[in-house]
Design a binder for this molecule. Structure first.
Ligand code: ZN
Length: 204
């Protein structure tokens, strides 16, 4: 049966990683354009204002979601709108999707075949600026413990090893990640402007 164009690849459900997540409604082939990360296009200055405001709020309430996606050097996308279900895609250290910027739009693509019912995830690509505020709960075997771009993992592991060497510091990390409510900050300044490799895979 031909697939109806209107049927999306995903559904929204409660996630074990964090709040709600996006799940495969049906089997998704490798390298499939699944969903666009949409939102309001804003300047860097406006982006900074909104992020600062939300981070301030999160310090008071322990909860404020920032869904700002870095599009290019001048523009960010604020995707904190209900009409942007892609905002609910969780981070994973072993993701099955990747976010690519293609002609000024952000698209979430599958990185492999995804079975019906699997949660969709991608690496948020955070830098190490505020890594302690973003503990990772992805549960992957290779989880580095915090949300960070893979290119920072080596450095992050070195930092974590150094901290573990100090018992006091280790206890501080424990307190930070297990008892203190951490702000629900998802897309705070993701330093990602990744382009989809043009000839990544031949179309089957
Ligand atoms: Zn993880």
């Amino acid at each position: 049966m031909p697939e109806t164009k209107e049927t999306p690849w995903y559904i929204v459900r409660r996630s074990d990683i964090h709040n709600k997540g996006i799940f495969a409604r049906k089997d998704i082939p490798d390298d499939t354009r699944i969903i666009e990360y949409v939102g309001e296009r804003i300047s860097k200055a406006e982006s900074q204002r909104r992020a600062d405001r939300l981070i301030e709020k999160s310090k008071k309430t322990g909860c404020a979601a920032v869904y700002i996606f870095e599009l290019n050097k001048r523009t960010d996308i604020d995707g904190a709108m209900t009409w942007n279900p892609a905002r609910l895609i969780n981070h994973s250290c072993d993701p099955n999707c990747e976010a690519y910027i293609i002609r000024g739009k952000v698209w979430i693509y599958s990185l492999r075949k995804i079975a019906k019912g699997e949660e969709l995830t991608y690496n948020y690509g955070f830098d190490l600026e505020h890594w302690t505020e973003h503990p990772c709960l992805c549960g992957s075997d290779n989880c580095v413990g915090f949300i960070a771009d893979k290119k920072h993992w080596k450095k992050l592991r070195t930092i974590l090893d150094g901290l573990k060497a100090s018992r006091a510091a280790a206890q501080a990390i424990e307190a930070k990640t297990s008892t203190e409510p951490h702000p629900d900050v998802r897309h705070a300044h993701p330093k990602r402007t990744r382009k989809k490799p043009a000839a990544k895979k031949a179309k089957r």
